[in-house]
Design a binder for this molecule. Structure first.
Ligand code: 5GP
Length: 113
């Protein structure tokens, strides 16, 4: 049996996390090592390794993640935020289960490092 990713373990409640939102398709959790005062991870429950592994069948899940992020941030009255998806280890991906970083509440420089 293949090893579960950290995020699959969180989804299955094998390990704890601060889950701030959940529905049938997705969860949003607080990052364990925040890089900004707000640092959430929006994660599909479907095990997709990364953007490179998406298929046409996954089109809707990305739209869904965007909308739940929008709602969470609106509920928190946060208007300015950055979304990041690292794809591949050279781009900084360390957990190979698709996730969108949501960063806010500090000034974010450009270009990113
Ligand atoms: P990546 O580097 O793959 O784009 O992002 C993975 C993120 O997952 C990192 O920001 C890291 O801090 C976070 N992370 C890794 N392990 C855990 C964990 O056990 N719990 C939570 N909440 N976040 C984690």
């Amino acid at each position: 049996m293949k090893e579960k990713s950290i995020f699959k373990k969180i989804i299955d409640r094998d390990i704890p996390a601060n889950i701030i939102y959940e529905d049938d398709l997705s969860i949003i959790i607080e990052d364990i090592s925040p890089q900004a005062p707000i640092h959430f991870l929006a994660i599909p429950k479907k095990e997709i390794k990364g953007i490179s592994d998406m298929t046409e069948a996954d089109t809707d899940i990305i739209g869904h993640l965007m909308l739940i992020i929008k709602k969470q941030m609106a509920d928190k009255d946060i208007k300015d935020y950055r979304l990041v998806v690292n794809n591949g280890s050279e781009a900084g991906q360390t957990v190979f289960h698709l996730h969108i970083h949501v960063l806010a509440n500090r000034t974010l420089g450009w270009p990113p490092g």
